[in-house]
Structure formats: C-alpha cells, structure tokens
Design a protein around this ligand. Structure first.
Ligand SMILES: [Cu+2]
Length: 170
C-alpha cells in the first residue's frame, strides 16, 4: 500500500513537473537560396528577378535569353496568407508540354510542388515554392533550341488565374 502510494505520488509529481509545451520555433529560411558561384568576369550569369503577388500574377511575364545561356531566376513572394494557402514557384517547361494535364495530374503531389512525378521530364528548371516574404531561385542553362518556353506557377489554381509567362530563347 505504502509503496503504491509513493509510486502514485511520483507519477503525479512527474506529470506536474513536465515543462509546458513550447511552441515550436522554426527559423524560416527561404529554400533554394544559394550563394551564387563565382562567375567569370567575362561571362556573368544574368539574374532575373520576379515578384509574385497574392493576386496570382508575376510582375515579369517575359524573360528573353540567348540559347544555352546560364541564367538565374529569383522569385520573391509578396503577401500575408500562410504558405499552405498561397505559395508560388517558377517552373519552365519544355515546348509542347500539356500544361493542364500536368497541373491536373500534379494536384495530389504536394511533395513535388504539384508536379506529377510522371511528367518531371517536362521540367527544364524550377524553384521550390516560396511563401510570403520568401525568395527562391534557380540557376539553369537555357535550352539550346530557340523558342517560346512557358513558365508557370504550379500551385493549385494559379496558372489558371494567370500566373504564367514566357521564356523567350533566341
Ligand atoms: Cu503562384
């Protein structure tokens, strides 16, 4: 009896001294930010900045580059809605990609930013998704073949809302 009372007391005491749950603090660092590699002075990588807004628009919808040129695209998301509800990326697709099919099939694939794994080979370049206040970027080599390559945001509904542009390769 006595020992079970002590055990009981200990159990209660240990429950009491449990520290209160501490709200998880997570340092939010924008994914995809990397220190740009040192470019040769003669051949700097051009950087294109795009701002994505909550009304599902890119502020830049045409980017013109030379074929085979290395470029960096940096996307900054503005807004206040939580990232779960509103995030943006920059995804360049191969010519002839069935964009609506990609988005439809990708709807279930949040882990791959709503790009279906079966169509990943249609992606020329992509940033991660950026939430409000975050910047993400990607450095890639423009296609060797001239053309007007579509770039889109793959977050649900954003392309249909007008979040698209053209990478013009000359
Ligand atoms: Cu978007």
């Amino acid at each position: 009896m006595r020992s079970s009372a002590i055990v009981c007391f200990l159990v209660i005491a240990s429950a009491v001294v449990q520290p209160p749950a501490v709200a998880q603090t997570r340092k939010v660092t924008a994914p995809g930010i990397t220190t740009p590699a040192k470019a040769k002075a003669a051949d700097p990588v051009r950087v294109f900045g795009i701002v994505a807004s909550e009304d599902m628009k890119y502020d830049v919808t045409t980017i013109t580059v030379r074929r085979g040129e290395s470029i960096t695209v940096r996307l900054t998301a503005k807004g206040t809605l939580p990232k779960m509800a509103m995030a943006h990326n920059f995804v360049v697709l191969k010519l002839g990609t069935d964009i609506l099919k990609l988005l439809k099939d990708g709807a279930a694939f949040r882990a791959t930013d709503f790009i279906p794994p079966t169509m990943m080979d249609a992606v020329i370049a992509r940033t991660p998704l950026a939430g409000p206040g975050e910047s993400v970027q990607v450095t890639f080599t423009a296609p060797a073949k001239p053309g007007r390559y579509p770039f889109i945001c793959t977050f649900a509904g954003h392309y249909q809302g007008g979040m698209k542009g053209t990478l013009v390769v000359r």
